[in-house]
Design a protein around this ligand. Structure first.
Ligand code: IPE
Ligand code: IPE
Ligand code: MG
Length: 255
């Protein structure tokens, strides 16, 4: 087991304001297939390289002091892919969680899962549940793995749970508001993402965190996910720090 929190913070802080690090970063890790195709290799090689990128980004987020990291690992629409590719993605997911658990735990990372894991192969589901269980009391970085996740499915799941609670008399209809609704999402208790990064140049949301990204700053980078590294993350944070977030208001003016 390795403790990765070291003096890295100093090293990373040259280009960005360490006092304005986004609290929650969400990432659409896209472009593994294209990364491999560019190298004349099968898509699986791209997915494997993508796992390495993820390792580095989790460490970097932690070193920067990010409090929540949410990564899109498998969408509800990714089941449309060939069975062979789904199999590779699932086994890589299991392998990642199993191999990384020791380090994540040693570094106080709390692993959570977003999505319907009932539909995952049992071995993958068990590996994820074990990781969540083992790290549930950790107080460091909260690392949300979005697996079999879809924003629409999440919203429907929330609505159904609300209806159940209203019918059971546990929730007063009058008390349904934006705040209480958020508690029914998979991300209940997490603040919404400040920064949403998508790799490989695609300018779309692909059913990710539909409710939560209402006011997130969106940074699209051209690199494919396996090429996304510490430097790329710092650059995305720098771009974020230069944005003017207004949330529908106007810049603070002299009264
Ligand atoms: C991201 O890379 C991984 C997943 C969606 C699971 P892709 O597999 O989508 O790679 P491209 O977009 O086809 O290049
Ligand atoms: C989004 O990427 C899903 C994940 C990164 C897990 P996709 O590659 O599935 O999205 P589209 O098909 O390009 O919209
Ligand atoms: Mg893709």
């Amino acid at each position: 087991m390795r403790i990765w929190k070291n003096n890295k913070k100093k090293e990373l802080s040259a280009d960005i304001d360490m006092n304005r690090i986004p609290t929650h970063i969400a990432i659409i890790m896209d472009g593994n297939g294209r990364w491999a195709a560019l190298r004349g290799m099968p898509r699986a090689v791209g997915h494997r390289a993508g796992v390495e990128a993820l390792r580095e980004i989790v460490r970097t987020c932690d070193a920067l002091g990010v409090k929540y990291l949410t990564v899109y690992a498998f969408s509800t629409e990714n089941w449309k892919r060939p069975q062979s590719e789904i199999g590779i993605l699932m086994s890589l997911l299991k392998e990642y969680v199993r191999k990384e658990l020791g380090d994540l735990h040693a570094n106080h990372v709390q692993i959570r899962v977003l999505g319907n894991i009932e539909q995952l192969p049992p071995d993958v589901r068990e590996a994820i549940l074990l990781a969540c269980e083992k790290t549930k009391d950790n107080t460091g970085l909260i690392f949300n793995l979005a697996v079999n996740y879809g924003g629409r499915a999440e919203l429907l799941h929330a609505v159904k749970s609300i209806v159940k609670d209203v019918q059971a008399g546990k929730l007063d209809e009058e008390k349904i508001n934006e705040e209480s609704f958020e508690n029914y999402l998979y991300t209940g208790g997490c603040p919404e993402p400040d920064l949403l990064i998508r790799t490989s140049g695609e300018m779309r949301i692909s059913n990710f965190l539909l409710w939560q990204v209402a006011y997130s700053e969106f940074v699209v980078v051209n690199e494919c996910w396996p090429d996304f590294n510490e430097k790329s993350l710092i650059e995305a944070v720098r771009i974020f720090q230069n944005r003017d977030r207004r949330f529908g208001g106007i810049k603070k003016v002299e009264e």
